[in-house]
Design a protein around this ligand. Structure first.
Ligand code: PAF
Length: 284
């Protein structure tokens, strides 16, 4: 039987452990998560373990990134199952602090990355990325890892974290974890479990329609705004209940592009029944 992975709960214990590792010459990696781990998260652990000697996986359901309409209490919390999954990986320790540890009484500081946090997902979920930027800054400053990894699935989150690490001069290398797809190409997400069998079939169209969009702009030279409209119409006629956006953007600033250039990316969110599905792909 695999030994279960230790869990630490305080900043003090985390810092002591990381200090000890550093004295031993180890390179430290961090994988921030909110738990409810699936194979996408586990692939982040493998990717960072290829570079770091010791890997901290944080599990913290961060209240400040949930809007008033979003159900923080219903977010899945399954620490024991997560611990079992992580015990089979190269993770070294789980850091699972309490809300009081992360936001002690009197806590008054938040981090906001302006501009990029207000568009796309930020426009749909006001304040969400301030919560993300604040907690990620706290985690990185508490742990001070050499590497930290974030999935490309949440591409806007990754772009915001890259910006804040650069702006705040946090000495960490941000790594991008490859987007993991199911066998039909649907991006892996804990939300996929909420799809009915029929919705699951519809959901599998999202990645195909984005691939067609890339083909249209790259090969048929379709103007970018037109390609976005065509993809949106196709999503709706394939059975998606709504399309929040299909946007061809600069991969760093996430601002809309007029023509394709290096780093161009398509970001999309479509709703299937009650489930919001995110996807994105590089164009060039
Ligand atoms: O992507 C997530 O799971 C969260 O947004 C993160 C980065 C762990 C911050 O709470």
């Amino acid at each position: 039987m695999t030994k279960s992975l230790p869990i630490i709960r305080t900043v003090h214990d985390l810092q002591n452990l990381v200090k000890k590792w550093r004295q031993q010459g180890f390179r430290v990696g961090m994988v921030p998560t909110m738990g409810a781990l699936h194979h996408g998260h586990l692939s982040l652990v493998s990717a960072i373990a290829a570079k770091a000697d010791k890997v901290v996986v944080s599990i913290f359901v961060n209240p400040t990134q949930f809007g008033p309409e979003e159900d923080l209490d219903k977010y899945p919390r399954q620490e024991q199952a997560d611990q079992e999954k992580l015990s089979q990986t190269k993770a070294s320790v789980i850091y699972a602090p309490t809300v009081e540890e992360m936001y002690p009484e009197g806590n008054a500081t938040s981090v906001s990355v302006s501009g990029i946090s207000e568009i796309l997902e930020g426009a749909k979920r006001p304040g969400h990325f301030d919560g993300v930027a604040t907690i990620v800054s706290k985690l990185l400053l508490q742990c001070q890892p050499d590497y930290a990894i974030f999935g490309e699935k949440d591409y806007q989150q990754l772009a915001i974290i890259r910006r804040l690490v650069q702006d705040l001069h946090i000495p960490v290398e941000v790594m991008a974890g490859q987007l993991i797809r199911e066998s039909d190409g649907l991006a892996a997400s804990s939300r996929n479990a909420y799809l009915t069998a029929n919705e699951r079939l519809i959901a599998g169209q999202l990645n195909l329609i984005l691939k067609d969009l890339i083909q249209a702009v790259m090969i048929q030279k379709v103007p970018l705004r037109k390609a976005e409209i065509v993809a949106t119409d196709r999503l709706l006629s394939s059975g998606f209940s709504a399309v929040d956006y299909v946007s061809i953007v600069d991969g760093t600033t996430l601002l809309p592009l007029e023509s394709v250039k290096a780093g161009a990316r398509v970001l999309a969110v479509a709703r299937c029944g009650g489930v919001r599905l995110l996807d994105n792909m590089p164009i060039l």
